[in-house]
Structures are given as C-alpha cells and as structure tokens.
Design a protein around this ligand. Structure first.
Ligand code: DCP
Ligand code: CA
Ligand code: CA
Length: 369
C-alpha cells in the first residue's frame, strides 16, 4: 500500500437509459431494448440513444440511425422506446444521493456517472476500496435496483479508463504500481481529449498507444499540440492526474416553481410565495458554496401561458436579499406588461461561480464521456 496515493473511483451505470426501462418494466428483460431519440420528421428518423447488452450483440449501439437498428433487430422481438429524460434524471438523482453516502467527496460527471474520492474512508487501501465497491453495489441494487461498473485507481484519469474494462456490473482496481502497465497498451483515444483528429495527428508522429505517447519528449508534444494539451498528454500518458474530486455544482441553475394559493396580480402576495422558494434555493446555494450572477423568474398565467424573465447582476452575489430584490423587480415589470392574473410562480438563480472553480480545471476543457 502506498500511503500517499489517493483512492478514486469512477462509477458508471450500465446501459443506463435501457436499464431504467427494464427497471420500470421487468417484462422487457430478455429482449433487445433500444432507447431512441426520435427526431420526429418521420416515424423512423432519429438515432439510438442507448441499447441493452442483448441489442448490442446485434451491433446496435449509441448513435446508430434508428432505421438501421430496426433492420439489424428484425424478427428479434426488439423493443423500441423513446427517451424519457425526466424519469432518468429522477433515478439518477436517487443513485447519486446513495453514492454520496459512500464517498469522502463526490463529483457527478454525467447523468450516469460520478467520481468518488474514498481515500479517507479506506485509509488509502485498495483492498478496502474493493470491499466498499461491493457494499455500494449491494446498496444500489437494493435501494434502486440497478447495476453499475466501477474503476478504482489513484486518480480520476485511471479510474475512468478502468471503469470501462469489465462491463456490465464489473469492478477493475488499478493500484498505483500497476498504472503504467495498465495504460501502456491502450490506444491513445482512451484518453479524455483525444478525438479523431488527434488520433490521426498522433499516428503521423508514430504514436498509437498510450505507452508510445509516454515515451515522446514533452517538448515535442508542446510543439505539436500547444502548451496546455501537450503537457496534459505528457502527464496523462504517464498516469499522472492531480485533479481533485469535487462537487461541481452540476446544475446550470437552481430554482423552484409552485402554484399560488389563489390567482393574483398582487406583488406582495406573490413575493410571500417567492420568499419560501428563495429560502430553499438559499439552503442549496450555501451547501454547495455557490455564488450566482443571474436571477430569473417564471410565471404561468391563468390562461396557462408561461413567461420567464431574467436579470444579470453586475457582480456575483450569494445572499437572499439580492434574489428577493431582483425577483420583485422582475415581477413588477412583468405585471406591467400583462392584464392576466398569475397562477404559478417560480424563481431561479444561475451563472454560478465558486472560489476554487476559478482555477481552470483541465478536464473541464473536455466534455464528459
Ligand atoms: N447517451 C446518448 N447518446 C449517446 C451516448 C449516451 O443519449 N451517444 C445516453 C444514453 C446512455 C447514457 O447517455 O444510457 C449514458 O451513456 P454511456 O456512454 O455511459 O452508455 P450506457 O450507460 O448506455 O452504456 P454502458 O453500459 O456502456 O455504460
Ligand atoms: Ca453508462
Ligand atoms: Ca457514462
């Protein structure tokens, strides 16, 4: 055991959208399931969002046009379903909440994945981490009913790549002394930030694997890819990644919405309701330690038409009063523009910042995968 090493996990839910469709309708199990994003132009147009592992056997995977998926699954009793993002989001929130209970800190990296730093609670032991994963799997299976795959490593980079090795329902543990051997044979595009263009460029330089990349002089990488990426590739290929696991204030905005006790045009009455909502928002902001630079309101009128308005502040704020004042101002202005009564109201804050978030994180250059 190396006491200096962190123990970091990446938890990634298996065939997420499709697994959740199985969860709410267990009779689907045993059939190929395709969750599709229907573009709506014709009944067949659109692409596969994801599919279960049975469908993947017929080479039906994310991104495949739906008409091709239909063709490949003809006569296989396949089930095609549209994405139900609200439902997936709801289950995702529940999963993240359970996972948070197993982590020193948790950083959500997508709807179906999160990084967990478990260094403290495992005392830096990868053996204990493995046991913790088993415990997590049981808890999520029991409380939510789904499976996931996990990568465990000394940092986020290794954990992420390891999570892909044994799917579904797998665990892959890479100890610090195993990192180089683990990474070295993998193709360069296993690294976050290495896309098609970079693969071509690296191939021209004779670089195919992460091991090849790790043997290139950092200066050459900087010349070829610029300073930020060059140094990143150099570090990443050597398994070096010091980025902390931190709660990132995932949401773009935090808001609340609710129906008024009676329809009204009275700003004081509206603000009573809004103040309750602000209290809840404020609690969330405080726990996440976020400042905001935008306050927005929304209103649904008696004819069920809806409107939102937002105000951007000169500088970030983190207090209740700023939200209250901006919201009141927005409602006053909005009421002056309409004769209708308001039925539902909401308030939200957005454009977040936070002290430590101002240090630019390298992985945030790349979208989570
Ligand atoms: N997704 C999508 N379109 C894509 C890729 C993914 O809509 N091109 C959605 C559907 C997936 C979810 O995001 O269920 C998570 O993506 P993953 O890449 O983690 O893939 P899955 O969870 O579906 O499968 P795996 O078991 O390989 O993780
Ligand atoms: Ca997944
Ligand atoms: Ca994922």
């Amino acid at each position: 055991m190396s006491p200096q090493s962190r123990v970091v996990m990446l938890v990634d839910l298996d065939y997420f959208f499709a697994q959740l469709e199985e969860l709410r309708n267990p009779t689907l199990k045993g059939k190929p399931i395709v969750v599709g994003m229907y573009s709506g132009r014709t009944e067949e147009s659109g692409a596969v969002s994801t599919s279960n592992y049975l469908a993947r056997k017929f080479n039906v995977k994310s991104g495949l046009p739906l008409f091709l998926a239909k063709k490949r699954l003809e006569g296989k009793e396949a089930v095609f379903l549209p994405v139900d993002y609200d439902y997936y989001q709801q289950v995702s929130n529940k999963i993240m909440k359970v996972l948070r209970g197993f982590a020193d800190s948790l950083e959500q990296a997508g709807i179906d994945e999160a990084y967990l730093d478990v260094t403290r609670r495992t005392q830096g032991s990868f053996e204990k981490a493995q046991l913790l994963v088993e415990e997590m799997k049981r808890a999520i299976k029991q409380q939510v009913g789904v499976t996931f795959s996990v990568g465990v490593g000394p940092n986020k980079l290794v954990a992420k790549i390891a999570s892909d090795m044994h799917k579904p329902d797998g665990v892959t543990v890479i100890r610090p002394e195993e990192v180089k051997t683990f990474l070295s044979p993998l193709p360069v595009d296993s690294l976050l930030g290495v896309g098609k263009k970079t693969v071509v460029k690296m191939a021209e330089m004779g670089i195919k694997t992460i091991g090849d990349l790790s043997r290139i002089d950092v200066q050459r990488l900087v010349e070829a890819f610029g300073k930020i990426l060059g140094i990143y590739f150099y570090n990443a290929s050597n398994g070096v990644d010091n980025e902390p696991v931190q709660e990132a204030g995932e949401a773009e905005s935090i808001g609340r919405m609710g129906t008024l006790k009676e329809n009204t045009r009275d700003v004081d009455f509206i603000m009573q309701r809004i103040d309750q909502q602000i209290d809840e928002i404020f609690t969330e902001l405080t726990t996440k330690d976020l400042s905001f630079r935008q306050v927005g309101i929304s209103a649904v009128m008696t004819d069920l038409s809806g409107k939102s308005r937002a105000k951007t502040l000169d500088r970030p704020a983190k207090d209740r009063e700023t939200i209250h004042k901006a919201a009141r101002e927005l409602f006053e202005k909005y009421l002056a523009e309409t004769d209708l009564e308001i039925r539902r109201v909401g308030v939200r804050v957005a454009m977040f910042s936070r002290e430590e978030r101002q240090q630019r994180q390298l992985t945030s250059f790349f979208s989570p995968g």
